[in-house]
Design a protein around this ligand. Sequence first.
Ligand code: NAP
Length: 312
Amino acid sequence: MAKHKIAIIGLGKIAQDQHLPVIDKNSDFELVGVTSQRGLGHGAVPSFKTPAEMYAAVPDIEAVAICTPPDVRHAIARQAIDAGKDVLLEKPPAATLAEFADLEAYAASKGRVLFATWHSQFNPAVDATKALLAEAGVKSIRIEWREDVKKWHPGQDWVWEPGGFGVFDPGINALSIFVKIMPTPPFVKSAELTYPANRQTPIGAKLVFSSADPANPTLTADFDWREQGDEKWHMMIETGDGRRVRLYKGGTILEIDGKIVVEAPSEEYERIYVRFAELLDKRESDVDGAPLRLVADAMLVGRRQTTDAFDW
Ligand code: NAP
């Protein structure tokens, strides 16, 4: 089958760390254009300042990967759909639920493939945890997703602006795993959101969830951007039959009762592009709004606290 001609919009950290190298080595894709406001490029691939210029100059682009901050994704995705392109969205897929619903409906109405990616879901240990919990049930899940914002978002002021998600930018990765592994849908019961005095988005969030499970498991999450040293991206789980489970290192390692049962290198973006090729070949979309809904609900029910001002 011919390679899918793809372009990347926004050559920031994640595009450079993952999308560019992963597309380069995937034989199902050929990178035929990039859009960079700052005029960055990638080898001999033509680079443009705006998507409109790129679509005019390279009309055979079939799909775009939108790697911008989330607040501009909706407009860029709609423009791509109008130009007849299939679309891969970095996470979070949109800044609001209404924008997200619109993209899903609009892509469907125009017959375009839409893939809302959740990179943390693309781990074998996450799949194995989902299978385990489907069989054994859940007594409790305690999520800890703590990292240093200065390490993971150096100088990115957009994360502190309205629509920038704050600590939910990494937290939504944990939530994307959580909704995948939970046998029944979780709901945000309460949220404590901690805002730096000089910023518009939270630096910390503590969430308590309920679920449709009659066994009423204990479900909590602690997201924090003030962690020093190594990041802590893990979930401590007790299954319905009493097994102690740890899903850690961002969902790459599964340990049951002290024994590692799944450990795989992080190849999330490699798997994302395998999945995107499948979706393009089948002309199907993959659009799951559950992680975004939990973030929105945390904002709806959250209690606000203020802490020290944050500066880089
Ligand atoms: P980033 O380094 O700030 O890159 C975003 C890039 O988008 C900018 O460098 C800019 O690139 C472009 N851009 C910025 N504002 C724009 C606008 N108004 N219109 C069009 N393009 C604009 O951010 P990032 O860390 O790559 O994050 C981007 C997305 O990827 C976020 O949603 C984030 O959650 C997700 N993500 C990030 C990571 C990570 O490790 N950082 C991991 C997984 C997912 P040009 O100047 O080249 O246009």
